[in-house]
Design a protein around this ligand. Structure first.
Ligand code: ME8
Length: 520
């Protein structure tokens, strides 16, 4: 297994501020990045913004700004939103940056020289919101097959990329790398597309000004700009350094994992790999496509006008409330219907009731029944209990689910442990044991409390990538947060008995106050 990990989000259009859908992808990548660091890996996490193309040009016209001014204004909202959600990326790339433009132009030039990009002309149906052509058969009733909005007829002199040439090599790659596209259902969509009629694609535009210029060419009669998807996809490599010779490229590119929404899977799983093959570069390791958050079964989106502001949501239910809700409630590969009622219910039930109450119960009972001095835990933890068995089982399972980005299943396992602690407390009634004068009962009381404590330590540690602030607070109440700042792998500490040997538990305040859903 490699000791490095490179994870990316899509680079988002700067037509408007981010919404809950963008948050979903970015936090998913952040959770994974955090988690991989806990496993001891050297992680590189990239996000950014897609700032060229017709969409941006059109929007800038509407707002009366230059495209650059629009990008400069909106990019701040992305950066602020990610900051407010505690997203810890290593790099943020903007496609208007020089470091990116240089790489795009060099790649286009390389493909023109090799003959994989050639000049011709094109007439076709074009979807502006998706920035993509489609065929007559795909455009049922003149609507885009992906977003179902009207397509327009465009005719232009164009450069083409020989995509058809790379279909067979790509099919072979997918066949020999079964985890290249996940989940399986999405992989089948890609295979279906590749087994159909795949044509060379138009790789330049003459109808826009706002884009990276194609290299000078005496054969061209018009001024061409690079197709925005070629421009955008290249960010994953251009951010690693100039012209794939950089040390960062060598280190991280072979480990690349692209997290994307299903709407842009084809660009990542077909276009991008064929571009890379033509460039003679290795393919990314994996492409993970998640489903959409929907509102009344319609995709939540800026252009459909049903976008929900993540910053406003965090003010209502907290950053960790949101981070948790998105990944406990929804199955990562599938669509999920977002409603405020479900959000409040989920946060109250799982965080305020189950986790929050459990932490509060245990951290109040320990000082009450065992005093405020440091407690040596090893001898208690060597004893057998149902919690000890349960903790080992759920941690193994929770790790396994993380391998395939099954966040909700991973969290379900951690919740089995938390519910197990609540049950264990009820069944063993520490308050009754505390009344007994029998020394055996005293030992049993302490053992019960320390086993609850150990289970919560493990659960909280596993939750750090998901709800960093609250999980760290929980660990601090449990008196076991001292090692969090140590850069060493935390994974060993997820094993029973591998936490600090001595603990000092402090009486806690509620981690998650119960939320009242505002009346409509
Ligand atoms: O497509 N549910 O940018 P974009 C879940 N610039 N995720 C959602 C979502 C929803 N309702 N809505 C958006 C672009 N997303 C291109 C990408 S990459 C080289 C170029 C997320 O601003 C999801 O990740 O339209 C989706 O793929 C992405 O935002 C689209 O963002």
């Amino acid at each position: 297994m490699s000791s490095r990990y490179y994870i990316t989000t899509p680079i988002y259009y700067v037509t408007d501020a981010p919404h809950i859908g963008h948050l979903y992808t970015t936090v998913a990548a952040d959770i994974m990045s955090h988690y991989q660091k806990m496993l001891g890996k050297e992680v590189w996490f990239l996000t950014g913004t897609d700032e060229h193309g017709q969409k941006i040009q059109k929007k800038a016209k509407e707002t009366g700004e230059t495209p650059q001014a629009l990008a400069d204004r909106v990019v701040k909202k992305y950066i602020e939103t990610w900051k407010s959600y505690g997203v810890e990326y290593n790099d943020f790339i903007r496609t208007t940056e020089e470091r990116h433009k240089k790489v795009v132009q060099a790649y286009i030039k390389k493909l023109m020289d090799s003959g994989d990009i050639y000049l011709s002309s094109y007439q076709g149906l074009y979807c502006i919101p998706c920035e993509a052509y489609c065929t007559e058969t795909q455009a049922v009733d003149g609507k885009c097959p992906d977003c179902h909005r009207s397509v327009e007829t465009l005719r232009e002199e164009s450069y083409f990329f020989k995509m058809a040439k790379y279909v067979q090599p790509l099919l072979k790659h997918i066949e020999t790398h079964p985890n290249f596209i996940l989940p399986e259902s999405r992989k089948n969509e890609v295979l279906g597309f590749l087994k159909g009629e795949v044509r060379d694609i138009s790789i330049s535009r003459t109808t826009i000004d706002w884009g990276i210029p194609m290299p000078a060419d005496p054969k061209a009669t018009k001024s061409h700009k690079v197709y925005v998807w070629f421009d955008a996809l290249t960010n994953y490599v251009s951010a690693l350094g100039p012209l794939d010779k950089d040390e960062k490229f060598e280190k991280f590119w072979p480990e690349a994992i692209h997290v994307v929404g299903k709407d842009i899977l084809r660009f990542h799983a077909v276009y991008w790999p064929t571009f890379l093959m033509a460039l003679g570069l290795p393919l990314p390791k994996q492409i993970i496509a998640h489903g959409w958050l929907t509102d009344s079964n319609r995709k939540i989106s800026k252009s459909l006008g049903n976008a929900i502001d993540p910053v406003a949501l965090a003010q209502k239910v907290g950053v960790d409330g949101m981070r948790f809700f998105l990944f406990k409630e929804f199955v990562f590969g599938l669509d999920g219907e977002y409603t405020e009622a479900i959000m409040y219910q989920r946060i109250n039930a799982d965080l305020a009731n189950d986790f929050g109450n459990c932490i509060s119960r245990v951290t109040n009972m320990i000082p009450k029944y065992m005093g405020n001095d440091p407690i040596l835990v090893t001898s208690y933890l060597n004893e057998i209990s149902e919690l000890k068995t349960l903790a080992s089982e759920v941690v193994i399972q929770a790790h396994k689910e993380m391998e395939t980005f099954s966040f909700h299943k991973s969290l379900e396992n951690i919740w089995k442990l938390i519910s197990g602690v609540n049950r264990y407390v009820e069944n063993n009634a520490p308050w009754t044991l505390a009344k007994s004068s029998d020394p055996k009962d005293k030992r049993k009381l302490e053992e019960v409390l320390i086993h609850c404590h150990e289970s919560l330590r493990i659960a909280s540690l596993f939750l750090v990538p998901f709800i960093p602030k609250s999980a760290k607070q929980a660990l601090s109440y449990l008196g076991t947060d001292s090692d969090l700042s140590v850069p060493a792998p935390l994974v060993t500490q997820l094993t029973w008995g591998q936490g600090p040997k001595s603990i000092t538990v402090t009486k806690s305040s509620p981690l998650f106050p119960r939320l009242e859903m505002p009346k409509a």
